[in-house]
Ligand binder design. Structure first.
Ligand code: AMP
Ligand code: ZN
Length: 116
């Protein structure tokens, strides 16, 4: 855990968030500035800076993040119409919070290409 990390604070309960799911490995919560009717962030409870910093040992956590994303998509009714799952990395990827997170975005028709 990084003491100054916003998302570590959310997974530990020190920072407020609208949590939709939590277990020993991951936490999922609503994005504070949603860009679609469903916009949930899925994070590992363990501090990982970005996808660049994952290791082989993180495999089970990463797989679990995908399963949780799949289940939350279904729970929030976007699985059949479709949704987008993405992670931003670094400066050019426009990552703004440096704790690995998946954006689960759905509930409207998204742009055909990721243009911005
Ligand atoms: P990224 O640009 O991929 O690093 O995404 C960071 C996301 O975190 C953005 O979509 C923000 O709206 C979201 N965000 C920032 N602070 C909070 C917070 N306190 N609670 C929930 N979401 C947040
Ligand atoms: Zn963190």
């Amino acid at each position: 855990m990084s003491e100054t990390c916003l998302f570590c604070g959310i997974s530990s309960g020190e920072n407020p968030a609208n949590i939709v799911y939590q277990d020993e490995m991951v936490t999922a919560f609503w994005d504070i500035k949603p860009i679609a009717p469903v916009h949930i962030l899925i994070i590992p409870n363990k501090h990982i800076h970005s996808l660049n910093e994952i290791s082989e040992a993180d495999g089970p956590i990463l797989a679990h993040m995908l399963f949780v994303a799949r289940d939350l998509a279904k729970e929030h009714g976007v699985d059949e119409d479709g949704y987008r799952l993405m992670t931003n990395i670094g400066e050019n990827g426009r990552q703004t919070v440096f704790h690995l997170h998946l954006h689960l975005i759905g509930g409207r028709r998204l742009m055909g290409r990721i243009v911005s």
